[in-house]
Ligand binder design. Sequence first.
Ligand code: BGC
Length: 826
Amino acid sequence: MYANLNPAVSPMERAHAELARKAAMEGFVLLQNKNNALPLTGKKVALYGTGARKTLKGGVGSGEVNERRSVTIEQGLIWMGYEVTSSGWLDDFDAEYDKAYVEWKAYIAEATAGINTYEVHRLAKKTPFVVPSGRPITEEDVESSDTDTAIFVLSRQAGESFDRKPVKGDWFLTDEEREKLAFLGKAYPKTILVLNAGAPMDLSFLEEIEGIDAVVFMAQGGCEGGNALAQVLSGYVNFSGRLTDSWPYAIEDVPSSATFSDLDGITENEPYNEGIYVGYRYFDRFGVAPRYPFGYGLSYTTFSLKDGKACLDGTKVTVSVAVGNTGSYEGKEVVQLYTACPKGSLEKESKRLCAFAKTNLLKPGESETLVLTFDIRDAASYDEKQSAWVLEKGSYTLLIGQNAASVIPVVHINLDETVLTEQCTGCCVPATPIPEIEPPKAEDPFENVILPELAASAAEIPTKTNRYEKPEVVESEWVREKLDSLTVTEMGMLVRGAGIQSAAGDYIVLGYGGKTATCLREKGIPNIVVSDGPAGLNIVSEVKITPDGMEYALKTSERWNIGAYAARMKKMREMAEKAQGVKAYRYVTAWPVHILLAQTWNTDLVREVGEGMGEELIAYGVTVWLAPGMNIHRNPLCGRTFEYFSEDPLLSGKMAAAITNGVQSHKGVGVSLKHFACNSQEANRSHSSSDINERALREIYLKGFEIAVKESNPMTVMSSYNKINGTFNGTNYDLLTKILRCEWGFKGLVMTDFNAQCDASKCAPAGNDLFMYGDERDKKAILGAIEAGTLTKEELRPAVARVLTLIENSAVFTDVLSRLNEQQGE
Ligand code: BGC
């Protein structure tokens, strides 16, 4: 049985909580620290704000996690030995919160009275509970808090299906928050602002309100967020997180903001007019100053970068740099290596991230030499005219630095001739080019800087030529034997998955996700389970398991405790209590959200998190974790920013590869890189078309996936709901076969996002093996096409082979197969 029979905290839970804390601590970013407000000096703190006791551990939607317990900021501070002296305000806030929550539930129940449960869910998502801001903070609160230090925790929640809005209470402060911050700034000698949100927000109030000394981007820290935060605020651990996005002064400074999502009232088509100029690529090249540059973050200590040296061996570039701790705290530093590419026939970004590394913990006065490497071919740009990746001749200046706005040139690598590094074919090309913003004319700022020079010879750089032949599928003996026994209709049944509901005979792990088809048991084909992702496993923590493997939820999450859902959940729990079987426990870890993991810039640590995740997959019998989320942060208003890593493709790709390698170090479990690709917004996500030119698509939105596929061999990839240039991704042959398989060599399975709106019968021929989770409409589409002869056995065979291979490679395979054999024998 893939569950614990003992309800006590398991050693795995305990160990992973430690690891989650370590990861969160390394990801928090210190944005501002005036008057040395941090680290905290006294032992008393006055804590205010919505996130103080209702600390957000993660975002909402399919990626929620049902952990046993999450540590709030108040609990964390107390754990670290602080006395929280504002309990009067906090208690009043709790009372206000509870009242507002009861009222909201009553509103949802009334508005959906007599309506089916799905509507309840929809309304709750559309009009979510708005957390009250608490009563005004008074002189008496200040007086009785008896401390010089206030911490104000500002929270913002977001998630699937909806994007954020540039309005008060979301991107902007509410009036109440502004008042409170202004009051605190004056009332306390030290005021610390903690941003408990999964994405950037407007911080223009920092110039308008006096007295805010320190600002911390906590993001959402998982189950140990409160403890982790207390450790860095206290100075017990130093800040070493760095931003993975450029934070703008104003939302209008982000080039996609004019049309993003439903801001222009149009969600059918989303024009990617900024082309490759996303994040720092835009701020750099268009001369717009960000509030905080990409890679930025303060520390309690200072670091020097010295002795930058580079060498070139074939196409491998190696840069070493000595990092010294020049301050008085121990700490870690992140070094970023950028390349400024030569001007040529293609316009280019001013610089792009090519490598990064983080030091070990350095004591004051200590230094460490970091070695950063990359392949010079990674500095190529995609030329749409030639359908090829091109390294243009000229000087490639390598720059090292602590963030995108603070770099020093190290070396010029001079390439003698232009070289094609990879010959492709035009893929996902729009019918008419998408108009793009034009960067201003700019001189190369590094051209005349005198630096050491290295010579690169085009003759030594090979050209890869892609072939677009039908990808080969290796069939094991078991897979071949099954395939040969299936009729075309049965094949059609196997390319459609199912939801996670428990049914007699199915193999099940109750939670959010799905399973492969269960209708071919008599053919000896068992099923496996896939589950969300990305902040942990979204499975039910307490279940009743019957002898025939049925599962009932004994514990349902509070967010479903509304309207008709509450009644349904109650019934479910009652059924569970009555069912004959054993009580079993699957308590999982709520890890820091992806943006926070990426902010560690520590791939070893992220890999370790992946290893922990893999252990949970094995323990709980789930084969595929529907994560990592790795869409590019095109605009901070995307509702799922917290589930993705960065605005930069290299960083996203490296993080996804690290976590995948960790998960897949356990045999028989794996990931699903999602959402492939250009799923940059939530509004109308099932239908909208991301209209984009091929170069931007390849350089920005696909690059991270490419890195992850090549460096970590993911078990599966999830095609996203949206279209690219009018074609649904689930049926996009260019994307799923030509690019993913022929160019990148992906060997695993592709599944759709759940309940995708594309034509299910067109998925398999395009390279999307599994339609998740198909309903009656999709079943009809597939079986109808088979009957009409438009979907053939030859087209289905590779897809079915991959579904069967996924099942056969699963860690639960032997078990589920023998269970099936037992059932058949009965
Ligand atoms: C989300 C996916 C998720 C899936 C399964 C979809 O709505 O977009 O990220 O993995 O549901 O829950």
